[in-house]
Design a protein around this ligand. Sequence first.
Ligand code: NAI
Length: 505
Amino acid sequence: MAALPLTAQVAVIGAGAMGAGIAQVAAQAGHPVLLYDNRPGAAAQAIGDIDQRLGRRVATGKLADSARQACLANLQACDTLAALADAHLVIEAIVEQLAVKRQVFGELEALCRADCLLVSNTSSLSITTLAAELKHPERFAGLHFFNPAPVMPLVEVVSGLATAPDVVASLYDSARAWGKQPVHTRSTPGFIVNRVARPFYAESLRLLQEGAADCATLDALLREAGGFAMGAFELTDLIGHDVNYAVTCSVFDAYYQDMRFQPSLIQKELVDAGRLGRKSGQGFYDYREGAQRPRVQALGSDAVVTHCVAEGLPALFDGLLTRLQDQGVAVTRRPGNGVLRCGDAVLALSDGRMASQRAHDQGVQNLVLLDLALDFATATRVGISWANNTAPTAVAQAVALLNRAGLTVSALGDSPGLCVLRTVAMLANEGADAALQGVASVADIDLALRAGVNYPRGPLAWADTLGLGTVVTVLENLQAAYGEERYRPSLLLRRHLAEGSRLHD
Ligand code: NAI
């Protein structure tokens, strides 16, 4: 079964944020679209809102008026479910309640054509469960769009236990024909994105709770070193803490309280206080009139550095060494065990141990640990931490060296794995476990995180680049430091490491 022909009628149920957006996508692709909502007038109102949105795009020259008119001509509001009887595809985007959705699908099955595909846009309900009471569960699947649907490219095509492969193929091809980036996933809690992205929020929340750094500094590290569009606090303020916390709780419960998904008490406290983020005026940041954005913490140094020695430094740091040389710092390269020496300071990428622990284990004086950056050739900030026996003069020399390369330096308390490194390691770990469990392919998991939440690199490709040995070591050290199974490395990472293969091979 290929993509639905453009003559095929698409029906969307629920004219809220998602339903209206999905109806717009299908109508813009060229399908006749019926939009139904059980609130009288809501569907017509939603089409009016689409008209206004498209009108603004026409006014700014981003859309031809003929395209706006073609889209609107394809959209029709209707006030009864019975009006959807001839649809070839029905996409449900109503309230997220199992009983209500089941009732609607039961009615649809009785009134729609035998070959009509029935689809839910649910974020958190099981497709298998939604289909369980249907007479023909094989024609039922999930199409999980992201908000706002007309803008976000990703669509997770979700198979329940009974979904027929040709139904999945048709939905996948149709989503692609609509200009979306579809990925395949099995119906498991959180599907791909809402599961694999959890550590992005969770690790920052933990670091904040432990007092490693403030929100603004942790956000700046994820943005300016990690290459993410937003840090975890500004992003959850935007999403809304009620929504983000509820997703975390639902995934945590669905995986039988696996500590990997443990919700955060500090986020719960915000929800309890009604500080839901931007929409309520306060979240981790204050959005009320006149409020000051907190300053991002940065270290200064008056040390003078002219020379450094790179001893067997990983290729990850080549961009940093080039930047130093470009700024007139003499760089000597020689074999060694992966450290950068500058004056008394010994700089190294974190391996997931606390700096004090590693300094003690290795008998190193003046150890300064570096956080990960997506690309040291272009990063503008880097996080560091240091051991309790590191002299202030050594910290100053390390900061001066990094400043010479054009990097702003932010200090983290002596936390295992710093910020970007542990976030990326945990994202990769979750992605690897999802791949191991057959939720989705390695390629689709990376694609989903790039297209669904805008990550600068898929976490599994990132793990391949870092080296699976490095990722597993970081996770094992985090597990040892916290004594928590939360950080246990995925079997898939260990397997590829043992085989000497990459996740993307
Ligand atoms: P919403 O609250 O904006 O819209 C829901 C609409 O459904 C309302 O207009 C309501 O009147 C209508 N409705 C409720 N019960 C109905 C029924 N029995 N029959 C017909 N219409 C009914 O909700 P939103 O945010 O658009 O979410 C809809 C669905 O999409 C939910 O399943 C949600 O989990 C899912 N979703 C939401 C995302 C988001 O970011 N908001 C992202 C991806 C999926």
